[in-house]
Ligand binder design. Structure first.
Ligand code: FPP
Length: 255
């Protein structure tokens, strides 16, 4: 049974639930495409941004759930390089979420030894968004518990193209030899470096696609999809995904 790490204010898992999890096979890195905020709101007659607000509140719950079972890295897809195409009011609202989320939650995140990280491009983000996340990164830099990594202004094809360009420059300048380029060298040029690849990808809202998210890093990840929209995705659903992960045999192309 996994010893439960209790966050203050959080509901502990029942002993039965903990017993159903295999402590030796917890996914080290879980990545989540938090989809369906807009549909969740629209179903309730609310504006789309109300869904994003509820989605933000869910970040804390799922962070607690992940940490309580010993996940090391939780990456959340918060804003893609394609999301700039949305109406300006929605983009503006999303960009303001970090300035609400971090001041409200930082104390508890620090008390629970969480390290905040960001994967994505700084350029293009409003100064206040970047400052909110950079302050949180700075304030949690000495923690060594769960890494809560926000994929913000992130897109995988752009990441790979900029990695390839950088590799080309390094080969040209003699810093790198073409015959040295292997998977581990290529990974070093990804924005996610030095994080490990995700073991489990969760996508909410019933969409069955990857949407330009960590295309290189997800090569051997287990994929788990649910019809539930992100704001209604609970700790129990997270544990269900982990349980399903534990039932899978990962073969990496072998037998
Ligand atoms: C996709 O749902 C969701 C997003 C584009 C935003 C996700 C962001 C959060 C949950 C908040 C993140 C919190 C912080 C602190 C950065 P959608 O609106 O595309 O859903 P739809 O497909 O139903 O329209």
């Amino acid at each position: 049974m996994i010893p439960f790490k209790k966050w203050f204010g959080s509901k502990p898992l029942s002993a039965e639930q903990m017993e159903r999890l295999d402590a030796d096979n917890v996914p080290n890195h879980v990545a989540v495409i938090m989809d369906g905020n807009g549909r969740w709101a629209q179903k309730r007659g609310l504006p789309r941004v109300a869904g994003h607000h509820s989605g933000m509140k869910n970040v804390k719950k799922i962070t607690m759930a992940a940490d309580s079972i010993g996940v090391s890295v939780l990456t959340l897809y918060a804003f893609s390089t394609e999301n700039w195409k949305r109406p300006k009011e929605e983009v503006d609202y999303l960009m303001k979420l970090p300035i609400e989320f971090f001041p409200k939650e930082i104390e508890e995140l620090i008390a629970n030894n969480v390290q905040i990280r960001m994967t994505g491009w700084h350029e293009g983000l409003p100064d206040y968004t970047l400052k909110a996340i950079q302050d949180a990164i700075e304030q949690t830099k000495n923690n060594d518990g769960l890494i809560l990594n926000f994929a913000l202004n992130y897109g995988s094809r752009k990441e790979m193209l900029s990695g390839v360009k950088q590799i080309a420059e390094d080969v040209q300048s003699g810093k790198l030899h073409a015959d040295e380029i292997d998977e581990s060298v290529f990974s070093r040029y990804m924005l996610t470096h030095p994080l490990p690849d995700p073991d489990l990808l969760i996508r909410t809202s019933g969409e069955l696609r990857i949407s330009n998210f960590m295309l290189w890093q997800l090569a051997y990840s287990e994929l788990w999809f649910t019809e539930l929209c992100w704001p209604e995705f609970t700790e129990q659903d997270f544990f269900e995904a982990v349980q399903e992960y534990q039932r899978r045999a990962r073969r990496y192309g072998g037998l």
